[in-house]
Design a protein around this ligand. Structure first.
Ligand SMILES: *Cc1c(COP(=O)(O)O)cnc(C)c1O
Length: 450
């Protein structure tokens, strides 16, 4: 059991960055350029979550039941100091990290999964549907569904279903129905299978199946997404709020650097947005450096364009203004599956455009080598996604050494890599490859009003 005092630091509010952005958030649009209204999303998403999606309130109360559940699932997560890494690097920097890998499915995704399941249940639904690639999001939602007595169906990309069995087994263990996609359960799936019975599947197809399923079962079912949207990002802000209280408790001021990896942007936002609020909005440390790390193979922030694009690879969602390499971009097969996303969250895109957040990109071999160093000195095996943040932190700590600066670095260890050992095996055997970015072509994107 955790002490009451520890549970006490779990925040009472989620932080919504929308009213504090340096410029107005561009609205979601439809293909004809018109602005999407909240009512139009309610057939797919639960009303409470749509309200959060469009909210301009800075603080959104966390229901007390949910706060208790966060405590029962292991929050607050530990804030650890990487003493041995500091000593190994011989750096004057102090390196702290929030370790989200202690949550039951091994990553931060549980934070929004339980919040979404809570509101879907509250709004009167009995079933939730989603898609998953490698299975991190699917397993978090499967657990959340089990906790709230919701039926869960996960459309899982067929190749992952066959080649990455562990997270599928985890989902099934929690009682979710896991369907290899394309499936015979939807019109989209049946059409694709009739043309190619051995189709390997794709995230785009899995999303199409999940959305069709939701629309056909509207009375009972809602759809759920694990990143990118405002309501998902704000659920994650418990991470950064906890971290700030934990730093304060040991006498540390606000960090000089905040670092996180970016797929859609949810773990990054979860840690960085509350720091942005304290440091920049409230003016306590205007020179804080906020670093977002992405793979060079999917360089949405470092080489993409700030423009309207679909949130999904199938082009079914509304158009969101973001940094994107285009929804038709085929991400090379890097092991950090959670970072193989063509865009970033619209709020994060505004911060990048305004130079508040600085993006950096790395190749996967240098990332795995940083992760191995981290594992050897600290013990924790980073998820390949989180390892991108580790690599950036090591570079910052070595820079600090050159300049002999006692900077404080805070990063998000968004998950552990114990279900990703196949990637580490390739790395150890010298078989891991780097992938240059694919050609970026955005000419097919619709023209939208400014
Ligand atoms: C899914 C995932 C990510 C990437 O998603 P974000 O929404 O950008 O956080 C990063 N780390 C881990 C461990 C993940 O499972």
């Amino acid at each position: 059991m955790r002490s009451v005092q520890e549970a006490d630091i779990i925040p009472k509010y989620w932080y919504n960055i929308v009213p504090d952005l340096p410029e107005n958030l561009p609205p979601m649009r439809k293909l004809d350029g018109s602005v999407v209204k909240p009512e139009e999303l309610r057939a797919i998403f639960a009303k409470s979550l749509v309200d959060q999606e469009f909210s301009t309130d800075r603080f959104i109360p966390i229901p007390e039941d949910l706060r208790e559940l966060y405590a029962e699932l292991g929050r607050p997560t530990p804030l650890l100091r990487a003493y041995r890494l500091e000593r190994y690097l011989d750096t004057p920097a102090r390196i702290y990290y929030k370790y989200e890998g202690v949550l039951p499915t091994g990553s931060h995704k549980v934070n929004t999964a339980v919040a979404q399941a809570y509101f879907i249940k509250l709004d009167g639904f009995s079933r939730v549907v989603t898609e998953t690639g490698a299975g991190q999001w699917g397993s978090a939602l499967a657990l959340a569904g089990s906790l709230f007595g919701l039926k869960v169906r996960v459309y899982m990309v067929r190749v992952s279903y066959e080649q990455k069995p562990y997270r599928r087994i985890l989902m099934q263990l929690y009682g979710a129905e896991v369907v290899p996609s394309p499936s015979t359960l939807t019109d989209v799936g049946r059409k694709i299978l009739s043309e190619n019975p051995n189709h390997p599947g794709s995230l785009g197809i899995a999303i199409s199946e999940a959305i069709e399923d939701t629309i056909k079962n509207q009375d009972t079912t809602r759809y759920s997404l694990g990143s990118v949207l405002n309501h998902v990002l704000l659920h994650q802000t418990i991470i950064g709020q906890e971290a700030l209280k934990q730093l304060e408790a040991i006498g540390e001021d606000l960090p000089d650097y905040v670092v996180g990896c970016v797929g859609g942007g949810s773990n990054f936002a979860g840690l960085a947005y509350p720091v942005y609020y304290e440091a920049i909005v409230r003016g306590r440390k205007k020179d804080v450096k906020i670093i977002a790390v992405e793979p060079k193979a999917v360089p949405s922030m470092t080489r993409g364009v700030y423009t309207y694009d679909y949130g999904d690879t199938a082009g079914l969602t509304p158009l969101l203004k973001m940094y994107t390499v285009g929804h038709r971009y085929t991400p090379p097969p890097i092991h950090a599956g959670g970072l193989r996303y063509h865009g970033v969250a619209p709020t994060l895109a505004v911060l990048v455009k305004n130079d508040v957040v600085k993006p950096v990109a790395y190749h996967q071999t240098e990332v795995f080598s940083a992760a191995q160093l981290f594992a050897k000195v600290e013990g924790i095996v980073p998820a390949p996604e989180s390892a991108h943040a580790v690599k950036a932190v090591i570079d910052i700590a070595l820079e600090a050494k050159k300049r002999n600066e006692k900077v404080v670095i805070l990063f998000n260890m968004s998950g552990h890599g114990l279900l990703d050992l196949a990637g580490y095996q390739e790395y150890l055997e010298g078989r891991l490859k780097d992938f240059e970015p694919q050609h970026i072509d955005l000419s097919y994107l619709p023209k939208m009003p400014e």
